[in-house]
Every structure is written in C-alpha cells, then in structure tokens.
Design a protein around this ligand. Structure first.
Ligand code: ZN
Length: 332
C-alpha cells in the first residue's frame, strides 16, 4: 500500500456490518457501522453493505484517496474464487454472488474472503500479532471463527474455508449446531450458545428448577451471563465457566496443530475481560505440550473490532478478484 491511495474493507458480521477507509499504514480515515438486520433477507443485507462500501469509496474520492479495490470479509463457507457466499448460519445468504454483485455496483474489483482469514491478516499487518509467524486468530462472538497467517500469507485452504474453528467438534452428541453437526465449538462457547443456555436456565427456574438472577434480566445474552456470574449467581457462573472451558479446548487444539508464535483472540466475548484470557491460558497450559505452550503468547486483538475490516481492505488490495496474492512481499 502506498501514496495517497485509499483502501476500503468491509467486515460482514451476523449482527453488524463494519466498513472502513484506510491508508497504506492501516490508519482508519473513515468508518461506518450499521446493524446487519439479518432477518430482512439477503437482498436487504446486501443493500446495506453496498451502500456502506459506496459511501466509503465516495469519501475516499473526495479526500483524494481513490480506492482501487474493495475487500469483504464474510462468514463462510465461501467460494472465494468466484466471490460467492455458499451458505452461512447467521446470515440469510445461500449461493449469493456477493463479490460480482458488489463489483457491478461499485465499478471496482472486489475480493471476498473468509472473515477469520481477513481478521488474522489485519492483526498480522497492523495489530497485536504484527509479524508473528505463525499467527492464529480466533474470534469469539455471535459465532466462533478463526484464521491463520503462516510465512506472511493467510492460510485459505482450497476454497478459503480453512480454520472454520467454530465447527470443530468438541463434544460428541453435544448440543445441535446450526451447521447440522453436534457439539461444535460454536454450539458450546459462542455468544449465541451462552444466550441459549441462559434461556434454558430461566425456563428451568420458572418450572421449579434452580433459581437464578438471570430471570430478572430483560435481555439474555453473553454480557448478562458474565455480569450475573460476576455478581455471584451460581447458575450464570456455571454457564460462563463451561463456555470458557470449551473455548479453551478449542484454542488449545489450535495451538497443538499450528505451534504458533501468537494466538490473538477477538470478538464480543472478549468484553468479559481477563476472565476469558485466564480460562484460555489455563486450558493451553494444561492441555498442550510445554514445547508448544512454553513461549506461546495469547493476546487480545490489538485492533478491537476493526481487525476484520482492516484485514479485508489489505486482502482486497493485494489479491483483487482472482489475482494471486502477494502479501508476504508487500508486508515486508
Ligand atoms: Zn457447527
């Protein structure tokens, strides 16, 4: 990235769409944040995303930083080569040609990439894991996702679907996951899973089960569960500690596979603070070999909620539609 160019990146999430215009050093010049509104259907979500991208391209133009490409990080599975979202659990897209549709709208090359892959690249280029090799990124939010950067390049797999860590089986015959499997990390440790456990607990309390302060929460999400656990509610505490134990197993498995220098954890669940990192570090220490865990650093995302959008902007620039990416060279 160089000169007075601008780079547009979009992070398409299950609850929010974040868009940024960045300069060549990853500094954010403008940003947009809109609710995804997944319940409104695929066309409406696409319209929101396209209008965010168009307004950032326009803002870049007005500021003399003409964006040359747009990168989009989206949950998979994807056909990244053709810019198609095949199917997603938390969004209404099925075989949706997001890349080609957005290219037609903006008149610019668009690169669709796995959101975990984009966030890993963002943290590798500009965030907590700058230059770390290998770097593994895990996001714990509405869903659970991940990515890895090895030798300066994102590990995409054949169809850009590598490190769909949310669908790693952690508990045979565990709770059903939206993907059709059972006992996935996402069904056990995501914000959605924690909210589902909280609702079950409130229903159980209503029919004579163990009382819980969660019953008086107007909204039931991970934030409320961690808050009530912190206030001493035993039911909330059990839900929180079980979810974090499974997240820890998920991260420990990744450490065993990749022997990474750094694991970066981002996503909304990190708002539960040091508690999440303590649980994950404990799992890694107790489950991985010392050779792997000894010098491994496990850090919160340095870019907060912007890892995905910044990484998508970089991937869009270095690997526009179909071109082979050359990030390793550009990053050094
Ligand atoms: Zn699954």
């Amino acid at each position: 990235m160089s000169g007075a160019e601008g780079f547009v990146g979009i992070d398409l999430g299950g609850t929010k769409i974040r868009g940024i215009l960045a300069d060549g050093e990853g500094r954010i010049l403008a940003s947009r944040l809109e609710p995804t509104g997944a319940g409104r259907g695929s066309e409406a979500v696409f319209e929101t995303l396209a209008s965010i991208a168009a307004s950032l391209v326009e803002e870049g133009r007005a500021a003399g930083r003409l964006p040359r490409s747009v990168g989009v990080g989206a949950p998979g599975p994807l056909d990244a080569e053709r810019g198609i979202i095949l199917v997603t659990e938390n969004l209404p897209f099925v075989d949706f040609p997001l890349g080609p549709s957005l290219e037609a709208r903006l008149g610019l090359p668009v690169k669709l990439d796995n959101d975990g892959c984009a966030a890993a690249m963002g943290e590798y280029l500009y965030g907590a894991g700058r230059g770390a090799d290998p770097l593994v990124y895990v996001t714990a939010s509405t869903g659970i996702g991940g990515g890895a950067v090895i030798g300066g390049r994102p590990l995409r797999g054949r169809g850009s679907n590598a490190l769909e860590v949310g669908h790693m089986t952690l508990l045979p015959d565990g709770p059903a996951c939206k993907c059709g499997n059972r006992g996935c990390a996402e069904a056990l440790a995501s914000g959605t899973a924690i909210a589902a456990r909280a609702e079950e607990a409130v229903l159980a309390a209503r029919s004579g089960g163990r009382p819980t302060s969660l019953s008086s929460c107007p909204r039931l999400g991970a934030e409320e569960v961690f808050r009530e656990a912190g206030r001493g509610d035993a039911v909330a505490e059990l839900i929180a500690s079980e979810a974090l134990a499974y997240l820890g197993i998920c991260v420990a498995n990744l450490a065993t596979i990749f022997d990474p220098e750094i694991i970066v954890i981002g996503g909304g669940l990190c708002r539960s603070g040091e508690r999440l990192f303590e649980a994950v570090r404990l799992a890694v220490r107790s489950r991985c070999s010392k050779a792997v865990s000894g010098s491994l650093r496990i850090l919160p995302a340095g870019l907060g909620g912007d890892s995905g959008a910044l990484g998508a902007a970089a991937l869009g620039h270095f690997s526009p539609s179909g071109a082979k990416n050359d990030i390793a060279e550009a990053a050094h």
